[in-house]
Design a protein around this ligand. Structure first.
Ligand code: SF4
Length: 361
């Protein structure tokens, strides 16, 4: 995240305009999710969110269902935050990278100390208030050799849902510790799968569930293609503190580009959704993303299970939406799919041989 030490927050005018913009962008849609993320959203303070939630619900059309979500590192959570989350039924995501030994090597306080203890204190407070956050765990090169420690940590801590992100080259993160870690990633996912299957898949692991859903989709319909939000024009609308709008990958909002006007396609204080959709800035990005998606369709054997996302990674690694393969898609789509398909095939063979042994007597 760029400008991490800048502490300004979104003004009331931008919040209200953002909500109006979101509702106007999809008039037929009745359900909206407002997600606060990037940097540490809780640093904005409880009063900020009370005001923001009130403003959004004030301008929400009647009958709309609004979900508020916050992705936090957990270190600032106290009882007052928990009360706010309960009151507004906020969907809380906790960024936690497994046990302290792994988490603390990257997630540090401004004073350079590990933040695991504080994050877990926040997590326990959430549980006390009946709030069950999903975890986002970033995989780095170090964590790939520790699948058991990571799996045990999340199960023993009582998490019910986990999503793995990879340390990726995108936005202002210009290097990935996973650039040459394909074998290690494969090992990690193989072992994680074994542990998960032994537990009957009780923990919701996003990567496994989503890939299994896509394999199921493909089995029932050979024309199935995954459709991640980040390939859909305006599927995700990202609004920065100053009201500037971007779409496709949220990370593009923190990426500089002369060619694409820093990926800014408008501003909620000034522009209506139809103007933004018709703008030259949006049309250029949209058509290049489509070319990239078509390139994926023509060139990649994993297209059905992927759908050709990873826009910010393409820009960071190739400076082009028209490029296809990136470190992240190679790991988190291609190798992941290989692991799951190999494991499923192995399980099918084992079940068949067990059935044959039973019928043989
Ligand atoms: S795995 Fe990579 S190259 Fe293949 S379709 Fe997805 S984004 Fe494109």
């Amino acid at each position: 995240v760029p400008d991490r030490k800048k502490s300004g927050v979104m003004s009331d005018a931008v919040i209200k305009a953002s909500a109006l913009y979101a509702f106007a962008s999809a008039p037929a849609q009745k359900s909206f999710k407002f997600l606060w993320h990037a940097g540490e959203p809780l640093a904005a303070g409880i009063a900020f969110y009370r005001r923001a939630f009130a403003q959004i619900s004030d301008v929400a059309p009647d009958g709309h269902h609004i979900v508020y979500a916050i992705q936090t590192n957990g270190t600032l959570i106290n009882r007052d935050w928990c009360k706010l989350f309960s009151e507004y039924n906020v969907d809380v995501g906790l960024s936690i990278d497994g046990p302290a030994s792994l988490h603390d090597s990257h997630r540090k306080t401004w004073r350079g100390r590990g933040s695991h203890e504080r994050a877990m204190r926040g997590y326990r407070l959430l549980l006390e208030h009946g709030i069950y956050p999903g975890a986002i765990c970033v995989l780095t090169k170090n964590s790939l050799s520790c699948p058991d420690a990571i799996y045990d940590f999340f199960v023993e801590s009582g998490f019910t849902s986990i999503a793995f992100n990879v340390d990726e080259t995108e936005g202002v993160n210009t290097n990935s510790s996973l650039a040459e870690a394909e074998a290690a990633y494969r090992f990690f996912m193989q072992r994680l799968w074994d542990r998960w299957r032994e537990d009957d898949g009780k923990l919701y692991i996003r990567e496994f569930r989503q890939t299994l859903n896509c394999i199921g989709g493909l089995k029932s319909d050979p024309g199935f293609v995954r459709e991640p939000d980040e390939v859909l024009p305006m599927g995700i609308i990202t609004i920065a503190k100053d009201g500037s709008i971007s779409t496709f990958s949220p990370e593009l909002a923190s990426t500089e580009s002369e060619r694409y006007n820093n990926f800014v396609i408008g501003n909620v204080l000034r522009d209506a959704p139809l103007d933004v959709a018709g703008s030259v800035a949006f049309q250029k990005i949209n058509s290049d993303v489509l070319v990239g998606r078509n390139n994926c369709k023509d060139q990649c054997a994993y297209y059905s299970l992927c759908g050709g996302g990873f826009q910010s990674n393409r820009i960071a690694e190739h400076e082009s939406f028209e490029a296809t393969e990136t470190i992240t898609c190679r790991l988190h789509r291609q190798i992941l799919a290989d692991v799951i398909i190999e494991k499923l095939s192995g399980e099918t063979r084992q079940n068949a041989s067990e059935r044959a042994m039973i019928s043989a007597g």
